[in-house]
Design a protein around this ligand. Structure first.
Ligand code: SAM
Length: 220
């Protein structure tokens, strides 16, 4: 299989074909081999515009939604960014090809370790991965120019808002099940944020102290 050609076709159909215009994002999507981030045996489905299972009941997100989140985060070369919910590591890998440094936090140790190994193998050296509860952010590395949350929260976690620079962007799905909305908050002052609704989405739950509890009946 010629993965480069298949990757180009995916970007053409599911990314630029669906309105993503940010060339930083399309360039990163052409560079990062998504087939290296899916579970063994799923490589042939890596370039379909769909989420895929990665174990632990979690998924690698649909390419179009990742592209949309990254475009709305408006990433620049020198940016310091945080991803909450590393999962396979694919979205963090994309961000690492655009921004200066990526911090990525994942609650499942096995997924975090696998993502770390992938980054090492691919030579992506500007990503730090940590196992933990990302609903509290990553205070030691804050503030961030952009934060991407790849799981849906009951409401926007306050620590994440506080860890943005002035002008920083937080992209976060909020809500339960099919009622989720993707939001963008832009910090406009010490306690002031502009909020945009980016549409309906379907993410796995963000589980943590400032999120859903692991024992919530919806999510056990
Ligand atoms: N962006 C990822 C990728 O490209 O593969 C997909 C992320 S997956 C949809 C969401 C991830 O968020 C899961 O791996 C899940 O374990 C993780 N997660 C859920 N709650 C979390 C929390 N409080 N802190 C860190 N990770 C969390």
């Amino acid at each position: 299989m010629d993965m480069t050609r298949i990757r180009e076709r995916m970007v053409e159909h599911h990314v630029t074909g669906r309105g993503i215009r940010d060339q930083n994002v399309t360039r990163a999507m052409l560079m990062v081999p998504r087939e290296k981030f899916v579970a063994p045996g799923s490589e042939e489905f890596a370039y379909e515009d769909a989420p895929l299972s990665i174990g632990e009941g979690q998924t690698i997100s649909q390419p179009f939604i990742v592209a949309l989140m990254l475009e709305k985060a408006d990433l620049d070369a020198g940016d310091k960014v945080l991803e909450v919910g590393t999962g396979s590591g694919y979205a963090s890998a994309l961000m690492s090809r655009i921004a200066g440094h990526v911090y990525s936090i994942e609650r499942h140790e096995r997924l975090a370790l696998q993502a770390k190994e992938r980054f090492e193998k691919l030579g992506y050296h500007n990503i730090d991965v940590r196992v933990g509860d990302g609903s509290k952010g990553w205070a030691e590395a804050a503030p961030f120019d952009a934060i991407i949350v790849s799981a849906s929260a009951p409401e926007v976690p306050s620590a994440l808002k506080e860890q943005l620079v002035l002008g920083g962007r937080l992209i976060v799905p909020v809500g339960r099940g099919e009622a989720q909305r993707l939001k963008r908050l832009t910090r406009t002052g010490a306690a002031a944020f502009e909020e945009d609704d980016l549409g309906g989405v379907l993410f796995v739950p963000l589980i943590g102290e400032d999120a859903w509890t692991a024992t919530h009946p919806m999510y056990t």
